[in-house]
Design a protein around this ligand. Structure first.
Ligand SMILES: Cc1ncc(COP(=O)(O)O)c(C=O)c1O
Length: 390
């Protein structure tokens, strides 16, 4: 029987996930927006992979390829892409953004619209196009209608709107379907840095009319660093000029004697050489957990934890919240500061009390995941309440 929890959300009875996350006792891990701990099954997959490599090397490589295929399919489902051919496995978000930036055929005077809160990866890559005459327009998201402001900045010279669907510091979540429809109406490509959303909230690249989306696996997807996903809409694949070449990206990869070649028709064309198989083992296992729980459930549980944090913080004197209070406007990030407190001192005090968090933007960024126990949230709030200045 589903159980009804606060705010009338229906949440299925939850298995206990603490077994999946054997974190050190007393540790309050509220830093999934930075680098997440792995679930046990990811650790086991890596351990098994190490044992296999020690014992028989790559004798059973075809089995590894099956895991890689499963990973691509899991990522396809997570993004609701129409085919796993739309999915490339990449090093990280920055690499995928660079594929787009240096793949499109810019003309001098073209514009890219971004926000003024972007993580450096989604700003620098566009600014690097300055020698080609591309102009970057930064839009302030602080008003009551950030999507309206972004779309209003898209003029006749705008080719692309590139935006983090959840801002890394404030945690503001944008209305992607609205941005997608607005971009389509204006003939603008929508590029989504999804790293702060994918694995925390459902994301549907088709419903959002995304041209491109990218994310690394080490945050909300609970994987290791160094393996990410690049979604490229099928009709745009051949419009991105390639700048990395090798055997793996070829349509006939593995036919080593063939003199002629062409890039793969699928998004594998963006994967020039040997894959990060070690990372694939771990990320595939991590995503299996998210799929088991279900993204609607993951998102609902994260919102419960964020709400618990919000209510606890609001009880403390002098706390200022720098993240949206409306659940429809956030994902897993809650950033706060305290009057009279230096953020660095707050961060250091929390770290000393075993609360793993980050100092970002205007304050301290807390980011629980679906498995975070309510007791861990209470313990973190208690640690914060105990801090004394000076
Ligand atoms: C919004 C955003 N984009 C990109 C990154 C990092 O990108 P990469 O996967 O290239 O390390 C971060 C990391 O904090 C981020 O918050």
């Amino acid at each position: 029987m589903p159980v009804q929890r606060q705010n009338a959300r229906i949440i299925d009875p939850m298995p206990n996930f603490s077994d999946e996350f054997p974190l050190a006792p007393g540790l309050c891990y509220l830093n999934h927006a930075a680098v997440a701990p792995w679930p046990k099954r990811a650790g086991e997959a890596v351990r098994r992979f190490a044992e296999e490599n020690l014992g028989i090397g790559a004798r059973d490589y075809p089995d590894w390829l099956k895991v890689e295929k499963r990973l691509r399919e899991r990522l396809m489902r997570l993004l609701n892409a129409s085919s796993s051919a739309d999915i490339a496995l990449v090093k990280n978000t920055s690499e995928a953004l660079s594929f787009v930036a240096f793949g499109l055929d810019w003309r001098p005077g073209d514009q890219v619209v971004i926000s003024d809160e972007e993580f450096p990866s989604n700003r620098i890559v566009w600014e690097a196009l300055k020698p080609r005459g591309v102009e970057v327009v930064q839009v302030n998201l602080g008003g009551s209608d950030p999507e309206g402001a972004l779309l209003a900045a898209c003029g006749p010279r705008t080719r692309l709107l590139s935006i983090s669907s959840v801002q890394f510091a404030s945690g503001l979540r944008l209305d992607l379907p609205r941005l997608g429809a607005g971009c389509r109406a204006r003939g603008v490509l929508l590029c989504v840095d999804a790293i702060q959303q994918l694995g925390a909230q459902p994301l549907d690249v088709q419903a959002c009319d995304c041209a491109f989306a990218m994310a690394d696996g080490h945050k909300w997807m609970l994987g290791p660093e160094g393996l990410g996903v690049f979604y490229c809409r099928s009709d745009l694949r051949e419009r991105l000029a390639l700048h990395e070449f090798g055997w793996h990206m070829l349509e006939h990869a593995g036919d080593y004697d063939r003199p002629d070649w062409q890039p793969a028709r699928s998004a594998r064309r963006f994967e020039c050489g040997s894959p990060n198989m070690l990372g694939a083992m771990a990320l595939e296992a991590s995503l299996s957990l998210l799929e088991e729980v279900g993204m609607a459930q993951v998102a609902a549980l994260i919102e419960e934890r964020v709400l618990q944090l919000q209510e606890g913080l609001q009880r403390l004197p002098g706390v200022r919240l720098h993240s949206p209070l409306n659940p429809g406007r956030r994902a897993g990030i809650l950033t706060f500061s305290r009057d009279g407190w230096d953020n660095q001192a707050l961060f250091a005090g929390l770290r000393e009390r075993q609360v793993v968090c980050a100092q970002r933007g205007k304050g301290i960024r807390l980011s629980p995941h679906f498995y975070t126990e309510p007791a861990v949230i209470e313990q973190s709030l208690a640690a914060l309440g105990q801090l004394r200045q000076g």
